[in-house]
Every structure is written in structure tokens, then in C-alpha cells.
Ligand binder design. Structure first.
Ligand SMILES: C[S@@+](CC[C@H](N)C(=O)[O-])C[C@H]1O[C@@H](n2cnc3c(N)ncnc32)[C@H](O)[C@@H]1O
Ligand code: SF4
Length: 470
């Protein structure tokens, strides 16, 4: 049996701070799929076939931002009203065609996520157009429909058009409330503006308002972090995500770090190391739990049942996600897909296809440039691991007995290293385990790759729809 410290972590009296060196990546995953090529006729056929999924989602990508923040590498295209308006026109046209297909109409959607970039940067009228296009799809009665973005520029007009046109969940990136830390990170607005606006929006009778905070930003000391946590409560929001800063390559923070510099505030060049970030996570988790907030995943808490985080939790379960827009990712008929980010190529595909005289092109959305993968043979098993470890509890009854026995040496090491507690029916992560859960997911996939279990892939095969060439 091969067991390495990257799988198990290391023994330490302080596992929260030292079980692993650094968070391995934003998300874990494993291969097993290969790129496939789909002929245009096969693409058309896909949209004529009913869905096999029990739960599913739409993901719509809006790849524009007004400013490049120092920590983030999601920036794709600068905001420019004409550019956005052309994009929304083509996007809504594709959504309308897609909504009428047998694939879209065959089962209702549980959730819709409009993410970015900064979707709240589109105009008020475009919010309305997008909401109307979404409503052409069959949605379950209490479908969660999220609009992501930021508070800056999200005026009353946009808010009213959004709530009147199906959006019922708003995820705003705050990152830190501290005015100086925000400025250093390239954010607009100060703490007072954010608190006032969030207090106003959170008064809505049913909509869910959630915010993202990052811990580990330059200039963000433990004191400032604790003020950030207090501000979450003061803002009246219904949910919060606490993300550890990941050193993403190409970001200004990472470029500075490579030169030994910190892009701190006028008051402080402090930047938390991995151990301090672990302490920040612990203080956030303890803080919300002592305020009776409920933990929905390792990094997400809520104080009101209206906040459900349906998209995020279903997306980790590997459900069907129909992707729209340049840079959108999803999964159709079990095939992972990623639309290319290049806006020019995306528009070209749209314009060329719609100029064809063939009426068939109206029976499926445009096949935009991008990447399609063969079905991941272990998709349903991987989803059990990802969702379980992310939620803080892996239900062993969902696995075969053989798989539990096979994984027990790894689980025992995690227990010895203070990351989990193993019982007959469940593997429960400790606070340290929840902090390191992405490393544990990566470690588990690595363990299965190094120690394959015969038949591991059985029982999780996905039926391949007709007309696919590999
Ligand atoms: C796609 S971004 C959209 C945010 C939105 N445009 C805004 O301006 O706040 C979603 C979230 O990813 C998180 N994020 C971005 N870069 C990160 C990093 N380097 N480490 C951790 N979280 C990060 C931020 O919390 C952000 O709110
Ligand atoms: S945090 Fe938001 S606005 Fe800033 S670069 Fe990332 S996606 Fe764009």
C-alpha cells in the first residue's frame, strides 16, 4: 500500500497549522477523461435527446470586470458597455434557442448560476433580458437563481429588475470590509458604503444575500480579520463564504510575492502565512458557530434557511450543468465541457452559424469553440468523495464495503494526524480536516491512483448518448 505525506498529511501536535504545508489548489479532481471531438450534426443530436440527469443546473458566464483585483485571476475582459451589449444580445439569443430544445425541456432545472467575472456590471435592462431568457427554461418551483458580482454599481434599478425577473440569490464579493485592505487589493468603496448597502438589500422578504470574504490578504492582520467577521453579522446578510487566499499565478499579489514583496496597506506590510491563515479560518468557523450560524460546507455558513447554496452543493455532486457564454464550464450527457474564453472566437462562431441558411442551426444553441471530455468513468464515486469531504462528513454507507476496507489505511492515517475521526458509518473531519479538506480530497484521489482497487470504476459508468466519437 503506497501512502505518502501528500495523501495523509504529517503528524503534528498542531494539525490545523501544520498537517500540510500549503493549500494544494482551489479544487481537487482527477483525470480519467480524454478530449473528444463532436461533429456539428452530433452536437445537434445531443440537444434533441432528453436528459438522463435527476438534478441539473444552468451556468451562464459573464466574462467582464471593470478592474483587475490584485488577488484574482478571473479577470477576462474589461467592462465596456458596447462590448457587453453585443455579448448579452448573442448570449440571450443562444439561451432562447437552447430553452426550446428537447434536452432543455425534458426535465426541470434545480438551480441557475450567473457567474463571472462581474455579472452585476451589466446594465439594468440587460439584467432583465437575462432573467427573461432564464425563465424560458423549465425551472423547479423553488429554483435557486443566483446573480454574482459586487456591490459597486449594483444600483436600485438593477436590483429591482433582478428580483422582478427570477433572481432570488445574490452573491457579492466583499473580500474584506477594511477600507485600507480593500484599497490595497484594488477594490472600490469603503466599509460604510458596503455595510449600508448590504443592510438595505438584506431587508428583502425572501431573497438570499451572501458575501465572499478572503483571509490572508496583504495588510489584513488578525485584528482586521476579526473586525471583518463582526461586520458580516452587522451587515445583516444571510450567508458567508470564507476563502483562504490562494496564490494564483499571474495575479499582482503573486507576482509581488515572487519578488519578495507584499502589496500591503499604508499601515501594514503584514501578510498572513499558512499557519496564520489556519488560525484565521479557525477564528471564523468558531465565531459563526458561536453565533448559531449553520455550516453548509467547509467554507460556507448561513444564518437563515432562505440561504441554501443549492448550486454550489449540487455542482460538487457532478450533476448535469448546461454551460452558456465564453469561458463557461459544465457537463452535458456526462461529458465535461469548457467553452473557450476567447470572446472574438465565441462571437465568430455565433455570427457564422446564424448566417447559415440551414434551419437545423435553430434547433440547438451554437457549438462554440472549446473542449469536450469523455465521460469520467468514476464521476459518481468522485462526487461522493468531494461532497462528503467538503461538507465535513463522508457517509461510508454510500461506498461499497470493499472500497471502505481499501481506503481504511488512509482514513486511519488521517485520524492519527488529527484530520478526521473514523467511526463505523462515517468519517467526520475535525476543524483541521475541514481547513485542509481540499488537500485531503487531492490526497484521496492520489491514493486511489497509486493503489487502484479492482472494479473501482464499476457502478459509476455513465451511459454514452448516441453519436459520439472519441
Ligand atoms: C469569480 S470571483 C467574482 C467576484 C466578483 N467579481 C467581485 O468583484 O467580487 C468569485 C470569488 O472568488 C474568490 N477569489 C478570487 N481570487 C481568489 C484567490 N486568489 N484566493 C481565494 N479566493 C479568491 C473571491 O472571494 C471572489 O469573490
Ligand atoms: S474579484 Fe471580481 S472584479 Fe476582481 S478581478 Fe476577480 S472577477 Fe474581476
Amino acid at each position: 500500500m503506497i501512502l505518502t505525506p501528500t495523501m495523509t498529511g504529517i503528524a503534528s501536535p498542531e494539525p490545523l497549522q501544520h498537517a500540510f504545508k500549503v493549500k494544494s489548489a482551489p479544487h481537487a479532481g482527477r483525470g480519467g477523461s480524454r478530449p473528444v471531438f463532436l461533429e456539428p450534426e452530433q452536437w445537434q443530436q445531443w440537444w434533441q435527446q432528453p436528459s438522463q440527469a435527476t438534478e441539473r443546473a444552468l451556468y451562464i458566464h459573464i466574462p467582464f470586470c471593470r478592474k483587475r483585483c490584485t488577488f484574482c485571476n478571473f479577470f477576462e475582459n474589461g467592462t465596456n458597455p458596447e462590448r457587453i451589449s453585443r455579448y448579452i444580445k448573442n448570449l440571450t439569443e443562444q439561451l432562447k434557442i437552447a430553452a426550446d430544445t428537447p434536452l432543455a425541456q425534458s426535465r426541470p432545472f434545480n438551480t441557475v448560476y450567473v457567474g463571472g467575472g462581474t455579472p452585476t456590471d451589466i446594465s439594468s435592462d440587460e439584467v432583465k433580458q437575462l432573467g427573461e431568457a432564464i425563465q424560458r427554461f423549465p425551472l423547479i418551483d423553488d429554483a435557486e437563481v443566483t446573480l454574482e458580482g459586487r456591490l459597486n454599481g449594483f444600483d436600485d434599478d438593477k436590483w429591482h429588475n433582478a428580483t422582478a425577473n427570477s433572481f432570488n440569490r445574490f452573491s457579492f464579493g466583499v473580500q474584506s470590509f477594511d477600507t485600507q485592505v480593500r484599497q490595497a487589493a484594488g477594490r472600490f468603496d469603503d466599509k460604510d458604503f458596503l455595510l449600508n448597502r448590504l443592510q438595505q438589500l438584506s431587508q428583502h422578504p425572501s431573497g438570499s444575500i451572501v458575501i465572499d470574504l478572503i483571509f490572508g490578504l496583504p495588510g489584513q492582520t488578525m485584528d482586521i480579520w476579526q473586525q471583518d467577521l463582526q461586520a458580516v453579522i452587522d451587515s445583516g446578510v444571510h450567508g458567508v463564504d470564507l476563502y483562504q487566499l490562494i496564490g494564483l499565478s499571474g495575479t499582482r499579489i503573486e507576482n509581488a510575492r515572487e519578488k519578495g514583496k507584499v502589496l500591503g496597506t499604508a499601515a501594514s506590510e503584514f501578510q498572513a502565512d499558512s499557519q496564520m491563515r489556519a488560525n484565521m479560518y479557525a477564528s471564523g468557523a468558531n465565531y459563526f458557530e458561536t453565533q448559531n450560524w449553520q455550516r453548509l460546507s467547509s467554507c460556507h455558513w448561513r444564518c437563515a434557511p432562505r440561504e441554501r447554496s443549492v448550486y454550489n452543493s449540487l455542482a460538487k455532486s457532478g450533476i448535469e450543468i448546461l454551460p452558456f457564454g465564453a469561458g463557461a464550464g459544465g457537463s452535458i450527457h456526462g461529458h465535461g465541457c469548457m467553452n473557450g474564453r476567447d470572446l472574438k472566437k465565441w462571437h465568430l462562431a455565433h455570427d457564422e452559424t446564424l448566417s447559415l441558411s440551414n434551419p437545423l442551426v435553430r434547433t440547438a444553441p451554437i457549438q462554440v469553440p472549446g473542449m469536450l471530455m469523455s465521460p469520467n468513468p468514476s464521476a459518481s464515486l468522485d462526487a461522493i468523495f468531494k461532497r462528503g469531504l467538503d461538507s465535513g462528513e463522508l457517509n461510508l454507507a454510500l461506498l461499497t464495503k470493499e472500497m471502505v476496507v481499501h481506503l481504511t489505511p488512509l482514513f486511519v492515517e488521517w485520524q492519527k494526524n488529527g484530520l478526521a475521526i473514523l467511526s463505523q458509518n462515517a468519517l467526520k473531519l475535525t476543524l483541521a480536516g475541514r481547513f485542509w479538506n481540499v488537500n485531503m480530497q487531492t490526497g484521496l484521489f492520489q491514493y486511489l491512483a497509486e493503489n487502484p482497487l479492482n472494479g473501482e470504476l464499476n457502478g459509476s459508468e455513465i451511459q454514452q448518448p448516441q453519436g459520439i466519437t472519441s
